[in-house]
Design a protein around this ligand. Structure first.
Ligand code: FAD
Length: 282
């Protein structure tokens, strides 16, 4: 069996919560922020890396059938406060983007496991791109609260897509921004940067989310640094989100033992070293 990444609090109640929309606005041309308020104390039972299944509304042009998985972008300090940062990309998120403040959104969760983080960590390295920012923002907060130094490599198409303020949310970090527009986000350039940062800063752990390319790059680099812990929050298309439908299984290599695991249930956080990049059939 794969070494499990931290499971979330087993006492947490997975349930459907009807939430009131307190804030809802565009952060840039593609991403929206939504803040919800539940009467239930869901903030305290939600851990960094966990996600909820969101019941996107039906509109005149969109009838999203399945619930949509979204990482928790923020929880608390009020007991019922929960936040999401989402890319408006398809049927469900386009319909969600129409929801008005004071309207309602039903969410199911909290689901999945959480990142392994020790308050004794001296420094962490986070490598994020796209929706990975939303997923890792609570981890950045957790590290900042623990007094752990943070180095962040943030990858984006252009400077306008970076969302540095939204990612750090007031936490202080050494930020290395890399862009597609000027080639600094290429695999070769980022690999050289990651190797330099690990060599010079010796982080206790490396975390990533939002890019398969970055994941594979980190897996390669971590082979040369067995003492550095590496975790990835995976985004896999999923239906139920609760481990029943098996639509989100991915192959993992746990010390030579190949296993299919459910991203929604055994994950979404996995050890970078155990992810299998490509499956060959036949
Ligand atoms: C555990 C988890 C956490 C996530 N957290 C966030 C988050 O914090 N913010 C955010 O913006 N998105 C997040 N996603 C991705 C998000 O679930 C999808 O973007 C969303 O379901 C798309 O729904 P849609 O109906 O708008 O798009 P669809 O019409 O279903 O698809 C539109 C596009 O999105 C892609 N897509 C659909 N589902 C997924 C998925 N599960 N993962 C990746 N790509 C997908 C499709 O391939 C297509 O290109 C997360 C996904 C998972 C599994």
């Amino acid at each position: 069996m794969c070494a499990t990444v931290c499971s979330a609090d087993s006492a947490a109640t997975v349930a459907s919560y009807r939430c009131r929309i307190v804030e809802h606005y565009w952060v840039n041309q593609r991403y929206k922020y939504i803040r919800l308020e539940s009467k239930a104390p869901i903030a305290a039972m939600t851990r960094p890396g966990q996600f909820y299944q969101l019941s996107c509304p039906t509109t005149a042009d969109a009838q999203p059938f399945l619930l949509r998985p979204m990482s928790v972008y923020g929880a608390g300090p009020e007991s019922g406060r929960i936040e999401f940062l989402y890319n408006v990309t398809g049927v469900g998120t386009r319909a969600m983007a129409t929801l008005p403040v004071d309207g309602h959104l039903d969410i199911v969760g909290p689901l999945g496991n959480t990142f392994t983080f020790e308050p004794s960590f001296r420094r962490i390295l986070v490598v994020a791109r796209g929706v990975g920012l939303a997923t890792m923002a609570p981890l950045v907060r957790q590290a900042a609260d623990a007094g752990t130094a943070i180095t962040a490599i943030m990858s984006a198409r252009t400077a306008g897509d970076l969302m540095e303020k939204e990612f750090l949310r007031g936490a202080s970090a050494q930020v290395h921004a890399v862009f597609d527009a000027d080639g600094t986000s290429s695999v070769e350039a980022v690999e050289a940067l990651v190797r330099r940062l690990i060599d010079t800063q010796r982080p206790d752990a490396v975390y990533t989310c939002g890019s398969h390319r970055l994941l594979m790059l980190l897996q390669r680099v971590l082979q040369d640094h067995p003492g550095v812990q590496g975790e990835v929050a995976m985004e896999q298309r999923m239906a139920c989100g609760m481990g029943v439908c098996l639509s989100c299984v991915r192959l993992f290599d746990c010390d030579g033992d190949k296993q299919f695991l459910r991203v929604c249930r055994e994950g979404p956080v996995f050890k970078i070293r155990e992810v299998v990049g490509e499956v060959e059939f036949g």
